[in-house]
Design a protein around this ligand. Sequence first.
Ligand SMILES: [Ca+2]
Length: 168
Amino acid sequence: MSRCTRQVLLVNRGAHSSMAPNNTFVFGGNEVVHQLTKGKNSFLYVSITLVNGSRLYELYDRFSISNEGDKYRLFLAGDATGTLGDKMLNSGSSSYVLSGMYFTTYDRDNDRGGKNCAVDWRGGWWFNACYSAFLNGPWSTERWCCPWHPTVRDGTSIKETSLMIKRH
Ligand SMILES: [Ca+2]
């Protein structure tokens, strides 16, 4: 990765994106994100474009992911600003704060829920018990509950999502 790179697109999901709509976070992807954010000051930029054309975003001041041995734990800190409203760092409920959480997949239950949140909600993520923000749900179905609660209530209203690293 070039040292000049100021922003890196991590994940883009949508009907017209270059990746398959069902592209999902995997452990291999998290290793790349860990390497990109290790020892650096990075913003996390989250955006959700709705089918009605409006685009919502949230910008987190500090973002990194730990290594495999620490189960790709999510770290967010500093200010969060945007039109989505913060639901990852200070979600309004300690059971839904995502910063500090490990990554859970179908076969690795690292979350604080009684069951496996990835199985229950159909996608890997940094679940607590379980979430108010979840961008890896089953694409464009009402089964994708509460992608960004309460601003975006179900997956059918979403046209495209993306997660991006921006350098300070
Ligand atoms: Ca669990």
